[in-house]
Design a protein around this ligand. Structure first.
Ligand code: HGY
Ligand code: MN
Ligand code: MN
Length: 410
């Protein structure tokens, strides 16, 4: 099957968690569990050693010729945003296992073992931490800290992973904590550059830094019909004012993006002045100074809300991921591999976050992109041409061999 298997396998995964708005596979839900089961089954059928860890990361290991060599990890994630597409994450997981099968078909041996990986909870959609699994694996986040995180219903990750139909896979042993010798990730670009440049492959130079926040604005509730406007401390109006303050700051500062993707209003009745507005904030830039500038405008705005609108504002930073340059020697190895296939590639940065941000802290890391049609992602109609999907897997397989050689020449 190998390279061509990427298409039917992605189609199969795309039906797991599908709804009319896209695909929803939150970490440790029955849907994401089912996707992990499929990955484990493919790995077993190919004869690879399947292991997992306590937060749900899943590994399929193909032996190398040198026992004891630290593995090359190749992977991405199976979870999605609530209205996800068929390729964000899943493509890199399926591409990794198809690359290993490609080696089997050609009897290609690598010195280093190679492990295809499905990282747990990269999106941070269900539990409030992006790159959850890869940050625990990389030692950036303490496993216990991750396990006590709770979703919007108050369910902890620990409880979710303990459930039989959505948790850790039955009968799959725990992986011994071997650090990797290198990391590769294949991903759809999720942006417009490769399509605009008519280039089929991208080698990522760096991944933008990002900060995620939870902001709670608390005012005074009251009767919608009897409280005069000048006597109100309306939490939602203050929250909306703060949202627009942050948006305007991001536009002015430049080379930074700020997104408020979720807001809840309590008590949520049409005839009650909102007591509380709670919203998310996602800020990203390749330049840390610009993220700090947006952070400062948020905090200044919060003080202004408290003075002018009589509300209380609580700002909780949930996550801060530094700008992550990809390893120069790994990038050269990837370019050599792509050139050996007579394929074209360009260098480009990633505005989207990836597990490679975490892995790059413990091993040399590189990423390969394929074009996204219309540059669209995190939407149900995310699309990439089949030829591009297959080409990306061929490039990944060649890159693994090149990296294996590079590590030998160290
Ligand atoms: O949000 C991101 O950039 C990634 O898709 N988790
Ligand atoms: Mn992704
Ligand atoms: Mn994503």
């Amino acid at each position: 099957m190998s390279v061509n298997a990427v298409i039917p396998r992605l189609a199969e995964l795309a039906n797991i968690g599908r709804h009319e708005g896209g695909i929803d596979r939150g970490l440790a839900t029955p849907q994401e569990h089912a996707a992990r089961e499929r990955f484990a089954a493919w790995g077993r059928e190919a004869g690879y050693t399947i292991t997992q860890d306590i937060v749900g990361n899943l590994f399929a290991r193909r032996a190398g010729t040198r026992a004891g060599a630290l593995p090359i990890l190749v992977g991405s994630h199976l979870d999605t945003v609530p209205t996800g597409g068929a390729y964000d994450g899943a493509y890199g997981v399926v591409g990794a296992i198809c690359s290993l099968e490609f080696f089997d078909e050609r009897n290609t041996q690598t010195t280093h073992p190679v492990e295809a990986v499905a990282w747990a909870g990269e999106e941070g959609s269900r539990f409030p931490l992006g790159c959850l699994g890869s940050s625990v694996f990389s030692g950036i986040t303490n496993a216990q800290t991750a396990l006590v995180l709770t979703d919007m219903d108050g369910t902890s990750l620990h409880a979710a992973l303990a459930s039989t139909h959505a948790g850790l896979l039955n009968g799959v042993p725990m992986r011994e904590s071997l650090k990797p010798s290198a990391y590769l990730e294949l991903h759809v670009e999720q942006g417009p550059v490769l399509e605009r440049e008519c280039i089929p492959l991208g080698v990522v130079t760096a991944i933008a830094g990002q900060c995620r926040y939870r902001i709670t604005v608390e005012g005074e509730s009251g009767h919608a019909g009897t409280v005069p406007m000048d006597l109100r401390s309306d939490a939602l109006c203050a929250g909306a004012d703060l949202v627009l303050t942050v948006e305007s700051a991001a536009r002015t500062i430049g080379n930074v993006v700020a997104t408020i993707g979720r807001m809840t209003v309590e008590p949520g009745a049409t005839n009650v002045i909102p007591l509380r507005a709670t919203f998310s904030l996602d800020v990203r830039s390749p330049e840390a100074s610009r993220i700090r500038a947006v952070d400062a405008s948020l905090r200044d705005g919060a003080v202004r809300m408290q003075c002018d609108r009589g509300v209380r504002v609580d700002i909780e930073q949930l996550e801060a991921r530094a700008f992550a340059p990809m390893d120069a020697r790994m990038r050269q190895a990837v370019h050599r591999a792509i050139a050996s296939l007579n394929m074209q590639a360009i260098d480009l940065p990633s505005g989207a976050g990836h597990d490679a941000m975490c892995l790059s802290q413990i091993a040399p890391a590189a990423m390969i992109f394929v074009p996204s049609i219309g540059g669209r992602s995190h939407v149900g109609d995310e699309r990439t041409a089949e030829a591009d999907l297959r080409r990306g897997v061929e490039a990944l397989a060649a890159a693994i061999v090149e990296v294996d050689r590079m590590l030998e020449s160290n």
